[in-house]
Design a protein around this ligand. Structure first.
Ligand code: AMP
Length: 418
């Protein structure tokens, strides 16, 4: 398979799908440029090896062309990070984009306008009348799928080779993430972000050093159920924290006060407990918690057992004694995967448990443990607490990472491997 390091880019135009979906403030300034910085090694490599670049991305969720979501706002940042002046095609389709790409010289860079100005990028029907019949919906769906193929073909026509470096959208079968790859037979490859994400997750899923411990936190059992079950095949230990704990505790007859609970998932929680036992996975989910008398940073607090929470109180964070128990498990592990905070970490009063997990992970990483952190809120937590550079790998993938962990084949990965 081709990769950036072995591919000969001399005088080749590479069209690169990046994830430059960065947050902008009201003056259209970038408030977090992590995603742009992350893609720079891939982009620089192509230029260093004598190629030229056509960069494409989405930004936000526009329903059509919309100034607010224009990629022109991010040109200065890309130029600064890449150290090269870039050209801009104000429409990713049409003559101008075609001509600009056709005349690109080695070392030059062209940025295409937001792909999602076209419904074809996602292949989803837009602007359907609210009272459309089933037949009309079906016809519109067939039509957009057909024009999506043309859209992908046109994008492909700009370049000699294709690089996908947008892991965050790898779980979507969009024109620029999947369909386009068909037009490049052998001339397609992953960028460094994609390569590293896949390597890091595969290291946990396929060849981990044991014992393996997963820390699963967050609000809801329902959103983590598939990943929990999948991880039973890999893990020796699973630490379950955060709001989802209380569904397990209540299902076993515990008193949880007004803690978060998904009543309709209690049955499932009991099944999970049984499955863990069958698979020989040791679950660590019970112990003392910090309870509060309201969902607020200045609430009154008390420490109590998670199965004996007074009426009117709610579990908000793991208590120090619980983290102490988890710490022993973590320090005995060789591979750790962390997804989801173990408390309401957005409120400083209830961020202590999550903060300590981040500290422990940073420490064991320095002692040779492989630590992978992924999924929106745990990434936010390690970044906010200043530990992002102290764990082995922070996955920026969010939904894509979860789906990959769940064992699904991601269209963006399959399209390159096919
Ligand atoms: P998720 O997106 O499923 O990973 O959930 C993350 C959210 O879970 C964060 O917003 C946390 O505030 C929330 N969370 C963590 N622990 C608790 C808890 N004990 N009660 C309520 N919400 C929680």
């Amino acid at each position: 398979m081709q990769n950036i390091d072995n591919y000969n880019f001399t005088s080749k135009r590479a069209i690169v799908r990046v994830d430059f979906n960065v947050p902008l403030n009201n003056s259209f300034e970038i408030t977090d440029d992590t995603r742009i910085r992350a893609a720079i090694p891939t982009l620089k490599k192509v230029l260093e090896k004598g190629g030229s670049l056509i960069i494409m991305s989405h930004l936000g969720r526009p329903k059509g062309p919309n100034e607010k979501f224009s990629l022109k706002h991010i040109i200065p940042t890309i130029e600064e990070k890449l150290g090269v002046k870039i050209k801009f095609a104000p429409d990713c389709m049409g003559k101008e984009a075609q001509e600009l790409s056709a005349t690109l010289k080695p070392g030059e860079v062209l940025l295409l306008e937001n792909l999602r100005f076209y419904a074809e990028e996602e292949g989803k029907v837009r602007d359907l009348a609210a009272d459309a019949t089933e037949e009309e919906k079906k016809t519109a769906k067939t039509a957009i799928k057909e024009s999506q193929k043309e859209f992908a073909k046109q994008l492909a026509s700009y370049a000699d080779c294709y690089i996908n470096d947008a892991f965050g959208t790898a779980h979507r079968a969009h024109a620029s993430t999947a369909l386009i790859a068909k037009h490049f037979s052998n001339n397609k490859m992953f960028g460094y972000i994609m390569e590293n994400e896949i390597k890091a997750i595969d290291k946990v899923l396929k060849s981990p050093e044991r014992p393996v411990t997963a820390i699963i936190g967050g609000a809801k059992v329902s959103s983590k159920i598939t990943i929990i079950e999948k991880l039973f095949d890999v893990c020796d230990n699973m630490i379950i924290g955060g709001g989802m704990v209380f569904t397990f505790v209540k299902a076993q007859g515990g008193k949880i006060g007004k803690s978060l609970c998904e009543e309709d998932q209690m049955e499932l929680a009991l099944t999970i407990l049984k499955k863990a036992e069958e698979k020989g996975v040791k679950l660590h989910y019970s112990g003392e918690i910090v309870a509060a008398n309201s969902f607020s940073n200045d609430a009154e607090t008390q420490i109590c057992l998670d199965n004996n929470i007074p009426d009117g109180w709610m579990g908000m964070d793991a208590a120090p004694s619980t983290i102490d128990k988890w710490e022993k498990v973590l320090r005995n592990s060789k591979t750790v995967l962390w997804n989801g905070p173990v408390g309401v970490f957005e409120m400083p009063a209830f961020a202590k448990g999550t903060n300590r997990i981040a500290q422990i992970l940073a420490d064991i990483t320095s002692k040779g443990v492989f630590t992978l952190v992924g999924g929106g809120d745990s990434v936010a937590a390690v970044t906010q607490m200043g530990f992002a550079n102290k764990v082995s790998y922070v996955s920026t993938g969010g939904g894509a990472m979860l789906e990959y962990l769940e064992g699904k084949e991601l269209p963006g990965i399959a399209a390159i491997r096919e």
